[in-house]
Write a protein that binds this ligand. Structure first.
Ligand SMILES: C[S@@+](CC[C@H](N)C(=O)[O-])C[C@H]1O[C@@H](n2cnc3c(N)ncnc32)[C@H](O)[C@@H]1O
Length: 268
């Protein structure tokens, strides 16, 4: 669809969207000039953002595979992003045919592309418009309940999305609402940008995202660790993306170049 057609459908093509900028880092085509200008500004200041995005997708793949092998058959993926290679249902269904995935995002373009891609797979996947800042609305949505049985363990995926939640939106409240809603034996998969290292690069990233659809809120390792409260963090704990149960060689020999830390945890 041409840019003007998206604009006519009420999509804001002039404000850089965090979803479309990420699509650009990954080499995708679902982005507009304003997204590309903002993304290029970041890449000039912090070239390893491209590596970070790819390492993040690789972590998502390993974590979903791990959960599927642990017996998780249903996934709640909040902050899904634009469809790309290795979508959650594809990764999970390689191990568990019939695994169910509810994709949730607040960006209308993500929803439109995801719905187009998943047409014909409605038994196993669903795409729901929802905002992580209001987890109770996501958890109460009839589409979610029709699709997932929250009395059974579920894999909750918050991958590269909590760093778009400001302190004013109370990240601890959001995490508690999700934790309390899922059954024991459920898993949390989380990755998050940190400013513990490379503070100049972090500042440049934060500056550009000020004009995007969401500000970028980088946190310390300790603050990110606290988001796992009430869950048992699995080995190897909270680590740089390429350090989480690697199966391939990292894209860079310095793990902190991945800019994000990640972890997988289980609700006891
Ligand atoms: C960097 S992308 C990550 C995509 C995917 N989870 C991954 O890691 O590959 C962040 C996604 O979170 C979504 N997002 C940001 N803030 C959100 C919110 N408050 N509620 C729901 N989705 C949100 C964006 O629209 C975007 O699709």
């Amino acid at each position: 669809m041409a840019d003007e057609e998206w604009a006519q459908r009420g999509i804001d093509v002039n404000t850089p969207s965090v979803a479309r900028m990420y699509d650009y880092y990954l080499g995708g085509k679902d982005n507009f000039p304003a997204d590309r200008v903002a993304a290029e500004e970041i890449l000039t200041a912090v070239p390893e953002v491209r590596i970070a995005a790819r390492e993040n997708r690789a972590f998502l793949d390993r974590a979903v595979s791990f959960l599927a092998r642990a017996g998780i058959e249903q996934f709640l993926d909040i902050g899904t992003g634009l469809p790309t290679r290795g979508n959650v249902h594809e990764v999970a269904q390689k191990i568990t045919p019939g695994a169910r995935v509810a994709y949730v995002d607040n960006d209308p373009i993500v929803l439109a592309h995801a719905r187009a891609l998943l047409r014909g797979m409605w038994g196993e996947t669903t795409v729901v418009s929802g905002d992580l800042r209001h987890p109770e609305r996501i958890l109460d949505a009839p589409e979610i309940h029709k699709h997932l049985d929250l009395t059974k363990p579920v894999g909750v995926l918050l991958v590269a999305v909590m760093h778009f939640i400001t302190e004013a939106d109370d990240p601890r409240r959001i995490m508690a609402a999700l934790r309390d809603a899922v059954a024991p034996g459920s898993y949390l998969v989380l990755s998050h940008g940190t400013h513990d290292h490379r503070q100049e690069a972090a500042k440049a990233g934060v500056r550009v995202y000020e004009r995007a659809t969401s500000p970028l809120v980088l946190r310390s390792r300790q603050e990110i660790l606290e988001l796992f409260e009430g869950f048992d963090l699995m080995d190897p704990g909270l680590v740089w993306l390429p350090e989480w149960r690697p199966t391939d060689l990292p894209l860079h020999d310095e793990p902190s170049r991945a800019l994000m830390v990640c972890g997988v945890a289980r609700k006891p």
